[in-house]
Write a protein that binds this ligand. Structure first.
Ligand SMILES: Cc1ncc(COP(=O)(O)O)c(C=O)c1O
Length: 449
């Protein structure tokens, strides 16, 4: 049997049925923005392999860092031990995190870092003598991961509805209704300028559940996997205000949007209309942290949160994944942060944004296109209905561009090192898809990212 036949016989792929599954392609190597397939063809990875390969695949500096580290120490438990890559990485993360966030808890995936952040918020209130403050507020349209607490904080009508019955009930504010200024390429949305409906709904939750809420969690500015929604940074300032007035913590999940995806290093650094900076109490990072070379994430907490937990009972923070702070991953992240520090990605992303805007503008007004929006290195064409699978495959193979549309979204989030030629190939592929015949109404299994 060929590797693909073995794959078909033994492997379960994410968000996929075993019955009549869409094809999988066999990748043999990768370099820069390109994936190489077993038959020698190359595909531009226009989704940065689920948004993490910021510097391009197999970046020599990151590969070398992993190789060097592998000769010294591949893994050691983090309970009772530490190691230099973790120490150095924590220092660097604290240096680039928002002011006041300097306590780093490493995790082995984005979802786990979100679980950790939420547990920190709950344990913080336990330590203050308020165990009844154990509910969280998330946003409709949110996605925070696939583990059970993360599912319970992701859009209740999104990809995890199936598991509603077993999820702890938390509270959901409305999807932020004020778009990120200037993100609409085809301004068909008639959303208000002010974050009115959203803030009112958030305020209502606090009014109706006084003393119950530990924290509000959101993906700042860019709700990715469940909504592909770019919203105004003013909403962040309002969340901060409501949290402060009600004694709740604020958690920013920067896993998808961080590391320059929307422009600045952190998405929450986008300017509000009042030019205010909004700072969370806890922030999660993952995905591009290692440049997409090996899994690593972190929850970074303020000293106040860490001190309060450490002064409570129990005084230990109750979490500890086996592979936390894996030395290979920390070494990769250090090399990745070095690249972020010296590559002027903010300027690169401005160029990518402009190319997407200009290239996708002609899609406005197409019958199947509901909205076209671009923010930083993320471009979204929202359609009434996705094209049929065969059309998606035709576009991927025909243009040599790997895209993975889901729900109603045809989108690209390419590596931040993509040059003009790469972006224009991606634009052509997106445009071809947007102009294709709408396919049948999606089955449930086709909803997901
Ligand atoms: C905003 C956000 N948070 C958390 C996660 C979960 O990260 P992971 O897939 O590494 O568990 C994702 C993944 O897409 C995400 O987009």
């Amino acid at each position: 049997m060929t590797p693909l036949e073995y794959d078909r016989a033994f492997i379960w792929h994410p968000y996929a049925s075993l019955k009549d599954p869409p094809p999988v392609r066999l990748v043999t190597s990768a370099n820069g923005v390109n994936l190489t397939l077993d038959d020698g063809r190359e595909l531009v990875d226009a989704v940065s392999s689920w948004w993490c390969v910021a510097h391009g695949h197999n970046h020599p500096a990151i590969v070398e860092a992993i190789r060097r580290q592998s000769e010294r120490l591949c893994h050691v438990m983090f309970g009772g031990f530490t190691h230099e890559p973790a120490v150095e990485l924590a220092q660097r993360l604290a240096g680039i995190a928002p002011k006041g966030l300097n306590r780093v808890f490493f995790a082995d995936s984005g979802s786990i870092s979100v679980e950790v952040a939420c547990k920190m918020a709950i344990q913080y209130h336990v330590s203050l003598g308020h165990p009844e403050r154990n509910r969280l507020v998330a946003l409709k349209g949110a996605y925070h991961g696939d583990t059970s607490l993360c599912m319970a904080l992701s859009d209740p009508d999104g990809m995890h509805t199936l598991f509603k019955g077993i999820m702890t009930r938390h509270f959901f504010a409305e999807k932020p209704d004020a778009p990120f200024p200037g993100s609409a390429v085809a301004p068909v949305r008639t959303a208000p300028e002010q974050p009115s409906v959203f803030i009112a709904s958030l305020q209502r939750i606090f009014d109706e559940h006084p003393g119950e809420i530990a924290a509000v969690i959101c993906e700042p500015v860019f709700q990715a996997a469940n909504a592909m929604n770019f919203y105004s940074p003013d909403c962040l300032a309002e969340m901060r205000r409501v949290c402060d007035e009600n004694g709740a913590l604020l958690i920013f999940d920067e896993i998808a949007a961080g590391f320059h995806r929307t422009g600045p290093l952190w998405a929450h650094q986008s300017k509000t209309s009042g030019n205010r900076a909004t700072t969370p109490d806890i922030m999660t990072v993952g995905k591009a942290l290692t440049g997409g070379h090996i899994t690593l994430a972190a929850a970074i907490a303020s000293e106040r949160v860490a001190e309060t937990i450490s002064s409570g009972r129990p005084s230990a923070f109750m979490h500890g994944p086996t592979y936390m702070a894996n030395p290979l991953a920390c070494a990769a992240a250090l090399a990745s942060l070095e690249l972020f520090a010296h590559s002027d990605y903010a300027a690169k992303v401005v160029r990518i944004e402009r190319a997407f805007r200009d290239g996708l503008a002609p899609l406005r007004g197409l019958a199947n296109v509901k909205d076209v929006r671009v923010l930083g290195a993320a471009a979204v064409v929202e359609v009434e209905r996705l094209p049929a699978h065969r059309d998606i495959e035709r576009v991927i193979d025909g243009h040599g561009v790997w895209l993975r549309p889901f729900s109603n979204y045809i989108y690209a989030m390419p590596p931040l090192v993509s040059d003009e030629g790469t972006i224009s190939r991606i634009v052509e592929a997106l445009s071809d898809l947007a102009r294709s015949e709408p396919g049948p109404a999606p089955a449930d299994s086709e909803f997901h990212e």
